[in-house]
Design a protein around this ligand. Structure first.
Ligand SMILES: [Zn+2]
Ligand SMILES: [Zn+2]
Length: 150
């Protein structure tokens, strides 16, 4: 009786360092290729088809798409801007956010740049108390007054 069949094999093509989105850190990876071999008596003889290539993180063992090698983690400034944006969207007045940024050690230029980027320059002002908000906020958190686009 002749035993033939197929078996898939993982071949390492390359290795290196990348930013693993799963680990949120720089990790070692293996660039792998999965190939199905024709086997005779369980010995792989020749490749039948290639299943695909992937990146394997050596720390979390996740098989990831090849495009993961182009992944750039957000910079500290980008993370901070999205944090500022989230707080402004939840209804924090602009001047309070500004105070908070200045108090945490950011200089006035960086602070106004962060506020500009987070609000995209679109602000709303309360007709009653004059507090300013990001344009997605609908009511004044200070007095409940109506907000108008600047
Ligand atoms: Zn990982
Ligand atoms: Zn108000």
């Amino acid at each position: 009786m002749i035993f033939f069949g197929s078996r898939s094999r993982q071949i390492k093509l390359d290795e290196g360092q990348f930013n693993c989105p799963h680990c949120q850190a720089k990790r070692s990876y293996k660039h792998m290729r999965s190939t199905v071999y024709f086997t005779l008596y369980f010995i792989p003889l020749f490749p039948i088809r290639k299943l695909g290539e992937y990146i394997l993180c050596e720390s979390c063992n996740q098989a990831l798409d090849m495009r993961v090698l182009d992944y750039e983690p957000p910079s500290e400034a980008e993370l901070l801007i999205s944090q500022v944006k989230a707080e402004l969207e939840s209804g924090m007045p602009i001047h309070m956010m500004e105070k908070k940024l200045l108090n945490s050690g950011h200089n006035p230029e960086t602070t106004s740049r962060f506020l500009e980027q987070a609000s995209r320059g679109l602000l709303k002002t309360c007709v009653d108390c004059g507090f300013s908000y990001i344009s997605t906020v609908t009511a004044c958190a200070n007095c409940g007054g109506t907000l108008k686009l600047d």
